[in-house]
Design a protein around this ligand. Sequence first.
Ligand SMILES: *Cc1c(COP(=O)(O)O)cnc(C)c1O
Length: 390
Amino acid sequence: MNTLVEKVVQTLREVLPGKKESYALHEPNFSGNEKQYVLNCVETGWVSSVGQYVNRIEQELERITGIEHAVAVVNGTAALHTCLILGGVQPGDEVLMPALTFVATANAVAYCQATPHFIDVEETSLGIDVDKLSRYLEEITVRRHGECFNKISGKRMKAVIAMHTFGHPVDLDRLVPLCKHYGLILIEDAAESLGSLYKGRHTGGDGLFGVLSFNGNKIVTTGGGGAILTRDQELAQRAKHITTTAKLPHRWEFYHDQIAFNYRMPNINAALGCAQLEQLPQFISHKRNLAESYAQAFGNIDGIRFFREPDYAKSNYWLNALILNDPSLQIRDKILEETNDLGIMTRPIWKLMSDLEMYRHCPKMDLSCAEQLVKRIINIPSSARLGECL
Ligand SMILES: *Cc1c(COP(=O)(O)O)cnc(C)c1O
């Protein structure tokens, strides 16, 4: 056991460039036009709800993703919330999602007074296990008037949220037809996968909606921010409308035609994001370099492997991960302890949503793969800058 711990620590030290006091899990990189654009907001006074950078970041996202419409919002969680509402999720509905995700995915469903329904993941993508989901839906659902109901709870099942874990796309070509077959809308939580391609297509465009996050730890940041992606023009317009207080355009009248949200991205955040997006290709290339170095270095160590993108994907490698063979926790915890002591920041993956107090009673399928993975995954330093000089 100790030799494995030693090997892992040694290998990380070999791969990580320079001799730094500490290596963060994920650091933002502001070496482009960030200062200039943000300063421009301050100098012109356009820091808040009006300004050119919001339009510009939306256009940039449309260009980068190839998805026709992008709506910038205040964060990824708000984007998810908005998509669920526009997707028709109603109080009492169930929404299927992987148990292995960041808490925002489940929280957004709870904001709609709907219930998360947890499904298992598989080890090639760390995302939804489509075959297992297919068998499960066959077993527990019944169709009524073209809608899908959970036979056990009696509740309507309205949507599936697929999450592209650490930037690695789930198998969309198998998931999309399954959702269609059951009349479930698909929302892609692409918060971690900006720049990641599935068979050449950008993630976030296969579902009714895709969601991005620009939180400080994501591949590009606006400080805090997010975006809604969709190919449907009318849905995009409605998304813009309900994230901007549903105000009807007028030179001076305040007329709002429904209860809506103040989820608009401020211009100063969009300015930061525009500068960041200019560097996205470099960030991805540096992150892929770093991942390649890790993959080589960990290639010959028994008992642990570096997680690599599925064959069908070109991933942004947002957050790098090691996967231990052994789910017993002793080795994992020892590695976490030793690396963090050395200033090499490492973390276990999130707890399963079904293990959090507020979601403990939600419906779930057998989660054996997710339960194992939670004990075996270790995230390791992933900042783009680390791959710059490799
Ligand atoms: C970061 C993240 C979010 C939420 O994004 P915020 O911008 O922090 O609200 C949602 N889902 C996943 C999987 C994430 O990693």
